[in-house]
Design a protein around this ligand. Structure first.
Ligand code: NAD
Ligand code: AKB
Length: 321
């Protein structure tokens, strides 16, 4: 990778990925684009930022013709909770944007990163230590677009030789940009509410275990996968990666080590609970480890400490982590 285009750059992942890529490859070599017109200043000021709708193939093509990237990180999508409110729109946005990106990449050519999710699995998938290659019958529209996306990327590699690569991300926790409408957003909110109000009302049951990862590990994984020699990759579009299996109750206990007196109550949202119940608890990520050396760095307490330290600074609050 030398010149990189990040689509959906103003979101939870994109805002941090853009900064990490700019640090590594140079500000001018990382072009950020999003449908949002007023993203965080850090994205717009340090390097090129363009307004673009990925539903419009010509818009992507004209950016690619102008900047000539050799890699696209395609992050524009509708996430699980919002997708269930309008499944038709979710299918249309998630699949059309991906198709446009793949078509543009085929014509240039350039590498494509596609983020899949634990949502690509469903209730009939083995729930713990979910294998790399296993049953994928998701029951959410978001999950359906993720399985289709994985296959779509595989197809463009096999048929046209487009160098597509991807990860199945768990729920991601970060302090930089708020998450954009997923089932796992509660885990991020918990940290904000702990600092601001010392109390939180959680939408999932206390013992709901989910795979969760801290953003720095996720960003590093995406960059490492895109940088590895392609001859090493067998599962190029849908690597399981795992960091920790945790429940809301586990997060509360971890936060209390840094914010004593934090309290929680539970008001279960049945739709979100059903979605969470359909996802795996832990994933077998040995293929990622073997094929490109994946290893997480953050466990729950290390993540909580870093979250609280950085959120305190961001919110201008005086908690010592
Ligand atoms: P997000 O909602 O925070 O960000 C998505 C960004 O895409 C937003 O800035 C939005 O404005 C932009 N966007 C939406 N439609 C667009 C369009 N038509 N054209 C251009 N931009 C558009 O999402 P995120 O959490 O950053 O997720 C990015 C990708 O990673 C998605 O594919 C998501 O499914 C996947 N993923 C995220 C997580 C997570 O926990 N955050 C976990 C697994 C997979
Ligand atoms: C969501 O909850 O939709 C995302 C995901 C796990 O894909 N965080």
């Amino acid at each position: 990778m030398h010149k990189i285009l990040v689509l959906g750059a103003a979101g939870q992942i994109g805002s941090e990925l853009t900064l990490a890529l700019r640090q590594k490859y140079g500000n001018e070599n990382v072009i950020a684009a999003d449908i949002k017109t007023h993203p965080d200043k850090q994205i717009t000021e340090a390097g090129p930022f363009l307004h673009a709708d990925c539903m419009d193939k010509q818009a992507i093509l004209s950016i690619v013709n102008q900047y000539k990237p050799d890699a696209i990180f395609h992050l524009a999508a509708i996430l699980s909770a919002v997708a269930e409110e309008n499944p038709q729109k979710a299918w249309s946005v998630n699949m059309t944007c991906l198709q446009n990106v793949l078509e543009v990449a085929r014509s240039v050519p350039c590498q494509v990163f596609f983020p899949s999710s634990i949502a690509a699995f469903g209730p009939s998938t083995p729930i713990t230590f979910t294998p790399q290659d296993t049953v994928q019958r998701p029951t959410t529209i978001y999950g359906v677009t993720k399985v289709a996306g994985e296959l779509f990327c595989d197809y463009y590699f096999q048929k046209y030789g487009v160098d597509t690569r991807g990860l199945r991300f768990p729920g991601l926790i970060s302090y930089h940009t708020l998450p954009g409408g997923g089932t796992t957003d509660f885990a991020v909110e918990m940290y904000y509410k702990a600092l601001k109000h010392k109390k939180y009302t959680c939408c999932l049951r206390a013992n709901t275990q989910l795979p969760i990862m801290y953003m720095p590990d996720a960003i590093r994984a995406a960059i490492e996968l895109m940088e590895v020699n392609p001859s090493k990759l067998k599962h190029r579009n849908a690597f399981n990666i795992h960091a920790m299996t945790i429940s809301p109750d586990d997060i509360v206990h971890s936060i209390r080590k840094f914010v004593p007196g934090f309290t929680i109550n539970y008001q279960v949202d049945e739709l979100l609970q059903q979605i969470a119940n359909s996802w795996p608890r832990s994933l077998d990520d040995s293929a990622a480890h073997k094929e490109w050396g994946w290893k997480p760095h953050f466990n729950l307490d290390k993540m909580s400490e870093d979250m609280i330290k950085n959120l305190s600074l961001k919110l201008n609050m005086s908690v010592q982590a």
